[in-house]
Design a protein around this ligand. Structure first.
Ligand SMILES: [Zn+2]
Length: 108
């Protein structure tokens, strides 16, 4: 069984930095710091930027959700096991992606 407790701190740290990023992106998306008047070209550029920001934001949010699930698994003792097939997830994989929910085979 993986030593799940040692993954708790890195997961929390990662969660904190992702949450910070989501907040920063949300602020950008709402253009709180910007003047409202823009010409058409600027608006078009901004729309493209917003799309990129939105997808970054979605990615960060879904990672935060995965981290929350991983933290729950640490608490209930299921951490380190593949949610699909139940085998122990490779330690190297957990070190690289501590919130991994599936073993490499099931993730592919
Ligand atoms: Zn599996």
């Amino acid at each position: 069984m993986a030593n799940s407790a040692k993954y708790k701190a890195p997961l929390m740290a990662l969660r904190a930095s992702l949450t910070q990023r989501v907040n920063a992106i949300s602020k950008d998306l709402h253009h709180e710091d910007e003047a409202i008047e823009k010409d058409f070209a600027e608006q078009a550029t901004q729309l493209e930027n917003d799309e990129v920001l939105n997808s970054l934001n979605d990615e960060a949010k879904s990672t935060v959700m995965q981290i929350d699930k991983a933290l729950l698994r640490i608490n209930d003792g299921h951490f380190g096991r593949c949610s699909a097939c139940g085998i122990e997830i490779d330690k190297q994989r957990l070190d690289a992606v501590p919130y991994a929910e599936f073993c490499i085979e099931c993730a592919e």
